[in-house]
Ligand binder design. Structure first.
Ligand SMILES: Cc1cc2nc3c(=O)[nH]c(=O)nc-3n(C[C@H](O)[C@H](O)[C@H](O)COP(=O)(O)O)c2cc1C
Length: 290
């Protein structure tokens, strides 16, 4: 998740039991041009592996160059983002806009397939809108071009993140291809994950928002208050150690706000938490709620 799934967050998810981690979306052109901020997105901690790195782009050659760079940097797999709904991104023909042109998508898959040796996967939506539900068509094209796996977030681009994710579309993709399909959308617990596997036959389940403020979701069991506190402390320490100071402060605020959800007085404290000027101040405000 862009702005969220950086190395410290990924590592706490791994330590809680996540089987496979994915980076934030990484702009292929910026990476190919060696932009320093973009290169920072591709940094990781060794214990995160296996780690998939996700690319955002539309130009096949630029994507191929960026994919080679990520593979050389240690990515265990390369994933192509075909789901991002953000207007600025789709205006460039990237993210979910790639689903609108299966022929162009085929060329992207073919070029990427030739560029990297490690597993190549794609992450798609149900389609662009309710009139163009073409997840199955894109999945067929991907399989034919040698893509190794597909993650399906079945909402359309028009739905963004609203309404219930229509899991039947995941089932339709599972039935259409032989490569593994990962289901995604509205999984908040191990119970939900089991329900998704039962309903769709998917080979794996991806959790996004369900891990925000609760990376222990990957444990698949109830966790004690002490275990939760230890995870939060560990996450804070990782952010302070591994992120540049200004980035760490922004990230601490975001993640501690998520961790505070449901705690008494959390809503009242949140403005002060976001206004805080130092990591110490943020931590003090948070632990006073805990
Ligand atoms: C803040 C945020 C950032 C996201 N960034 C990405 C991204 O960079 N790449 C991607 O494939 N999906 C991204 N997504 C979509 C999620 O991966 C996922 O498909 C979607 O949220 C539905 O799954 P969930 O119900 O488990 O969250 C993002 C979602 C959120 C909320």
């Amino acid at each position: 998740m862009a702005g969220v799934s950086n190395a410290p967050f990924r590592l706490v998810c791994r330590e809680a039991g996540a089987g496979l981690l994915t980076s934030e979306e990484i702009d292929a052109r910026a990476l190919a041009m060696r932009n320093a901020k973009t290169e920072a997105l591709a940094r990781y901690l060794p214990d995160e592996r296996p780690l998939v790195m996700q690319l955002l782009g539309s130009d096949p050659d630029v994507l191929a160059e960026a994919a080679r760079q990520l593979e050389a940097a240690g990515a265990d797999g390369i994933d192509l983002n075909m789901g991002c709904p953000v207007a600025k991104i789709v205006a460039k023909g990237q993210g979910s806009a790639l689903m609108r042109d299966p022929l162009a998508a085929a060329i992207v898959f073919r070029t990427l397939r030739k560029a990297v040796e490690r597993p190549l996967t794609i992450k798609i939506r149900g389609g662009w809108d309710e009139h163009t539900l073409n997840a199955v068509e894109i999945a067929h094209v991907a399989e034919a071009e040698g893509v190794d796996g597909i993650t399906v977030h079945p909402r359309t681009r028009s739905q963004q993140f609203t309404g219930r994710a229509p899991w039947d579309i995941i089932g339709a993709v599972v039935a259409a291809v032989r490569i593994p399909v990962t289901g995604n959308g509205d999984v908040r617990s191990v119970h939900d994950a089991g329900a998704m596997v039962a309903a769709t036959g998917c080979a794996a389940v991806m959790i996004g928002r369900g891990a925000l403020g609760r990376p222990w979701v990957f444990r698949g069991r109830e966790v004690t208050r002490e275990e939760r506190a230890a995870t939060i402390r560990r996450h804070c320490a990782l952010m302070e150690t591994h992120l540049p100071e200004r980035v760490a402060l922004v990230q601490l605020k975001k993640h501690l706000a998520w961790y505070s959800e449901g705690l008494p007085h959390a809503a009242r404290t949140r403005p002060a938490l976001f206004a805080a000027r130092s990591a110490r101040e943020v931590a003090e405000l948070f632990w006073a709620l805990w």
